[in-house]
Design a protein around this ligand. Structure first.
Ligand code: ATP
Length: 216
């Protein structure tokens, strides 16, 4: 089995703050793995470093057998390594459909983008019903679904979701986790960042606990 993501001794410092102090973790192809931890543990920093947003000061990151340490975010998107950031960050003034289309900016084939959007609508009928509605007018849960749906348009091989359940009511959390399960069933490898260990471990096969920049 190939390894989708291999993080070895990764360190990240923001000035004097050592946010990650040599962490190692692994996601096998097709696996869903959860990264758990309290506020400030370094979860977002981990995904930021993997996706080229934060700079690794030490260690190594590889994906599907290739070294991607400190690769550029757009290069990673082309390799199918997709990061859905914390806090949804959809485009509030654009419609649902337009938000999804933006997820396909690295995909040159318009037919492929259209068929992936159709797949997302099949999976998420609430978005289909609201395709012409402005993103900012969706409920929090719908916005989270849209953010994940947008990530799916890029055709992810490895999808990294940063706290998708944050601020959502329990029923909505369950629906987000159901979506993660469906994405995983399609063969996508998933790194699921969560504070909500109970729901994350229902969909993940394994989990790592991060505490003050170290795997506990
Ligand atoms: P949360 O669940 O609250 O989002 P987290 O586990 O994702 O927390 P990080 O956001 O990775 O934690 O932060 C880890 C540490 O790095 C914290 O101490 C934080 O203050 C610090 N940090 C994060 N980003 C920066 C930055 N841009 N500049 C300085 N320090 C930062």
């Amino acid at each position: 089995m190939t390894t989708a993501l291999l993080v070895e001794n990764l360190s990240v410092a923001y000035g004097r703050v050592e946010a990650l102090r040599g962490i190692s973790l692994r996601v096998e192809a097709g696996e869903t793995v959860s990264l758990l931890g309290n506020n400030g543990a370094g979860k977002s920093t981990t995904v930021a470093a993997i996706s080229g947003i934060a700079r690794a000061s030490g260690g190594r990151v590889s994906a599907f057998g290739e070294d991607i340490t400190n690769a550029k975010p757009w290069d990673l998107v082309h390799r199918g390594i997709i990061h859905v950031p914390e806090g949804r960050r959809i485009f509030p003034r654009l419609t649902v459909q337009e938000n999804l289309q933006i997820g396909g900016h690295a995909v040159k084939d318009n037919k492929l983008i259209a068929s992936r959007i159709a797949e997302v609508y099949d999976l998420l009928p609430r978005l289909a019903e609201r395709s012409n509605q402005q993103g900012g007018t969706l409920s929090g849960g719908e916005q989270q679904m849209l953010a994940i749906g947008r990530g799916m348009i890029a055709g992810p091989k490895l999808l990294m979701l940063d706290e998708p359940s944050m601020g959502l009511a329990p029923l909505m959390v369950a629906q987000v986790m159901e979506l993660v399960r469906s994405i995983s069933a399609q063969g996508t490898s998933v790194l699921l960042i969560e504070q909500n260990a109970r729901s994350a471990l229902k969909v993940a096969s394994r989990g790592y606990v991060l505490d003050s920049g170290l795997i506990a």
